[in-house]
Design a protein around this ligand. Structure first.
Ligand code: HGY
Ligand code: MN
Ligand code: MN
Length: 402
């Protein structure tokens, strides 16, 4: 808990949250602090070419059981998103050391670069490169929303490490994370045994119209990107409600140019975040959006171009890990339910190379990506203990944790 509060001081914002966008000075300061804690525990710490940091407790033999998450945040982040998973991993190792328990395998704690994707798209970038999902050369060239490249920012903060990607796969991976949604709290259930992660489709939409005078231009003559951006936003809401189920759609970012009170905008740039647990439904949503963009472009006489920013299919975690989390939760007397994750996580990338899964704990009022994000110390303790017993059990297994 103290480490959580200390890390939350870095990049702290009003309301008790954090702003540590990936590869900013605040992210660097957070990284430096967590690495110091890794050294305090005697871990051997490496940094790879995309800035992922892995601390290994070199005991036992064979590939390590890995836990971890991210310590970068969105601009209005909370104390717990990502941070909990990394710091609980340190707590597990410290607790085992203090109790003279030596696992049969090495234990690793990682934090991955740019999980949020808020500054550089796609999200989960570090873990994607870690598992070989994107060549490092391509990742280094990605340009942030403020015009900097991944390569330049890694070098600027001194986290352009030497360890190559893709990494040697860990034996298995388990991530503790806040749910970031309302389900566990509404159902009065303490633990989520996460079954998988829904599919994610991100794209940037650029609308070019005609800049004009707000006072003199008749409404019939306007080619107004701001209007089209608003109609796209309303369409996405209607699409999500019409499709129902797990379908969600978000317009999180709208930039108008020149963004002045008396100028009909020349251009609008917006981002679409579209998700569903079902790949076919996600494809259908993408098709309906594409058709709508074509229709509205001709109706409003604007030009619309799109650029994909992230596209990950739904991921199913390993049954062996899902069921282990469920069993351990019950053994510890906690209520538990199986559930998918609405948010993206590094575990969905590790699932490509080793048996992986997640443990969820409640988010108060279902709030996250918001300074008011909160998870109780009791839930944090329960989740961390399940993480400890999960890692010990995974470390006992000789072969693949199937
Ligand atoms: O966008 C997400 O789901 C995560 O916060 N990266
Ligand atoms: Mn997260
Ligand atoms: Mn997040």
């Amino acid at each position: 808990m103290q480490r959580l509060m200390d890390l939350a001081e870095i990049g702290s914002i009003d309301g008790g949250g954090c702003a540590r966008l990936a590869l900013t000075d605040e992210d660097k300061a957070g990284r430096d602090l967590v690495i110091a804690w890794m050294h305090d525990l005697g871990l051997s710490v490496t940094t790879d070419v995309i800035g992922n940091v892995v601390g290994v407790w070199d005991v036992g033999s064979g590939q390590p059981v890995m836990t971890g998450s991210h310590i970068d945040t969105v601009r209005t982040g909370g104390k717990y998103d990502g941070n909990l998973g990394v710091l609980a991993g340190l707590e597990v190792i410290q607790t085992l050391q203090e109790n003279n328990i030596t696992p049969l395998r090495p234990l690793a704690v990682a934090f991955f670069t740019n999980e949020e994707g808020a500054r550089f798209a796609p999200d989960m970038l570090g873990s994607l490169v870690y598992v070989g999902g994107m060549p490092i050369e391509e990742a280094l060239e990605i340009v942030s929303i403020d015009g900097a490249t991944v390569a330049a920012e890694l070098e600027r903060i001194g986290y352009n490490g030497a360890t190559p990607c893709p990494a040697i796969a860990p034996h298995s991976f388990i991530e503790l994370h806040i749910e970031q949604g309302p389900v566990l709290e509404q159902e009065g259930i303490r633990i989520g045994a996460v079954t998988g992660v829904q599919g994610i489709s991100w794209q940037e939409v650029v609308i070019d119209g005609q800049s004009n005078h707000a006072g003199t231009t008749p409404m019939s003559m306007r080619k107004d990107p701001a209007l089209v951006a608003a109609e796209i936003t309303v369409f996405l809401r209607e699409l999500a409600l019409r499709m129902g189920g797990h379908q969600v759609c978000t317009v999180g970012k709208i930039d108008l140019h020149p963004n002045l009170i008396n100028v009909v905008p020349a251009r609008a740039i917006l981002t679409l975040d579209v998700r569903n647990t079902d790949e076919q439904l996600l494809i259908q949503a993408e098709k309906e959006i594409s058709d709508f963009l074509a229709k509205i472009a001709s109706e409003e006489q604007v030009r619309i171009s799109t650029r994909p920013l992230a596209r990950f299919e739904p991921v199913q975690f390993a049954d062996s890990v899902i069921n282990m989390v469920h069993e351990i939760a019950i053994e510890h007397g906690h209520t538990v339910r199986y559930m998918p994750s609405g948010a993206g996580h590094d575990a969905q990338m590790l699932a490509r190379v080793c048996p992986s899964g997640m443990i969820f704990v409640q988010s108060r009022d279902g709030i996250s990506h918001n300074a008011a994000e909160y998870t109780s110390p009791e839930d944090i303790e329960a989740g961390s203990n399940i993480l400890l017993h999960s890692m010990l059990q995974m470390a006992q297994s000789e072969e693949t944790f199937a």
